[in-house]
Ligand binder design. Structure first.
Ligand code: DSN
Length: 415
């Protein structure tokens, strides 16, 4: 494996092999990660990486774009068909540039935006002060209710009517529940705001028909393509016809230069995969697995933020188990489970420590694991917490995790 790389750079070849081993032998539960297909990876590793294609299909600033034009047009058509969107821009390099595109297409620096607070499940690019979105805009945040740990839409409406942001931002990176798009739309309409929704986390569930779609309700919908959608690392903007010109102009030349055509083509492959029948089963399975894991953890006394999940992720408040999120992340790493510490709503700990961990099922579901395996994983998690000081027991739990990995091979045949 990696023969070509090894011929020029043994250090990087070693790193690539070690990372493949890590992905194979650990239970990957970072909710934003997944294992993309060999077809997507082959496309990303293709000669399309050599091509400059500033502009859009048939309107480029470079010659020789005939084939990349076809790839981009396919990606756009497939994205529109998959999500029932009027228009798609497939060029954003990431979710962050997709969001920047959506903001700057409709807002001026200093304008007000209102998004879910990062510490309540939102995302850095939804107005956090250290991010461009908080630096450029007058960013305000709504929160979840302390009682239900879900979004309080009445409070959000009151806030929106008082502050009158120019853009209302929905979407999250650690929110386990469905969104009420109708309410978001009606609040946006009351204040004549643009409604943007960042569906990066749930895009694969939307594509697979197991999560309601924000597309019919929103002026603009952004996403990444590598989370539940299981494609290459990249971004996507969907919009209504009347908003699209501004979006295109802002993504290029406003924010980006040459698009990554190898990634654009890989997005087309990903969308093609998502349109196959088995992707619907995959999407359903991600949710079934998350619910099964959540139930098994709650039976063992873990507190799940909002009391459960509607999607592919769980936010587990581990303070009741006497742990911080940081300690829990380290403990789980020790027993072969990769996840990330995460703030929980009204967290008393700092973002570097936190009181929670976020667990997701996309990657394990790609390996073929089901609800039975989720039961075994809940047992590993619970036993690790109960045996933190018992190294032999922790080693045995790690062996159990590795055993699970062996039973569900990742990238079989990749030497
Ligand atoms: N940082 C990603 C996540 O883990 O949710 C989102 O960009």
């Amino acid at each position: 494996m990696y023969d070509q790389v090894r011929q020029v750079d043994t250090e990087i070849a070693d790193i690539l092999e070690a990372e493949l081993g890590r992905q194979r032998n650990q239970l990957e539960m970072i909710a934003s990660e997944n294992f993309t297909s060999r077809a997507v990876m082959e496309t990303m590793g293709s000669t399309l990486t050599n091509k400059y294609a500033e502009g859009y299909p048939k309107k480029r600033y470079y010659g020789g774009c005939v084939h990349v034009d076809e790839a981009e047009m396919l990606a756009k058509r497939r994205a529109m068909a998959l999500f029932g969107a009027e228009r798609a821009n497939v060029q954003p390099h990431s979710g962050s540039t997709a969001n920047m595109t959506a903001y700057l297409a409709f807002l001026k620096p200093g304008d007000k935006i209102l998004g879910l607070s990062l510490s309540h499940g939102g995302h850095l690019t939804h107005g956090h002060p250290v991010n461009f979105s908080g630096l450029l805009f007058d960013a305000l945040h709504y929160e979840v209710s302390p009682d239900t740990e879900t979004i309080d839409y009445d409070k959000l409406r009151t806030q929106a009517l008082a502050e009158r942001p120019k853009m209302l931002v929905g979407g999250a990176s650690a929110y386990p529940r469905f969104w009420d798009y109708e309410k978001l739309r009606s609040i946006a309409d009351e204040i004549d705001a643009i409604l943007m929704f960042d569906m990066a986390h749930i895009a694969g569930l939307v594509a697979g028909g197991v999560h309601p779609s924000p597309v019919p309700f929103c002026d603009v919908v952004t996403s990444t393509t590598h989370k539940t959608l299981r494609g290459p690392r990249g971004g996507l903007v969907l919009s209504r016809k009347d908003k699209f010109k501004a979006i295109n102009k802002m993504n290029f030349p406003g924010i980006q230069g040459g698009p990554l055509m190898h990634v654009v083509a890989a997005k087309a492959v990903c969308f093609q995969e998502c349109m196959q029948g088995d992707f619907k089963l995959y999407a359903k399975s991600m949710v079934d697995n998350a619910k099964a894991l959540g139930d098994a953890l709650m039976e063992r006394g873990f507190h799940l933020v909002s009391g459960g999940t509607d999607n592919h992720l769980l936010l587990v408040n581990v303070a009741g188990k006497g742990l911080t999120g940081k300690a829990m992340e380290e403990l789980l790493e020790h027993v072969g489970i990769t996840c990330n510490k995460n703030t929980v709503p009204f967290d008393k700990e700092s973002p570097f420590v936190t009181s929670g961990v976020r667990l997701g099922t996309p990657a394990l579901t790609t390996r073929g694991m089901g609800v039975e395996e989720m039961g075994r994983i809940a047992h590993i998690i619970d036993s690790a917490v109960q045996n933190q000081e018992n190294q032999d027991k922790l080693d045995a739990l790690r062996a159990e995790a590795e055993d699970l990995c062996q039973s569900f091979p990742l990238y079989p045949g990749m030497a």
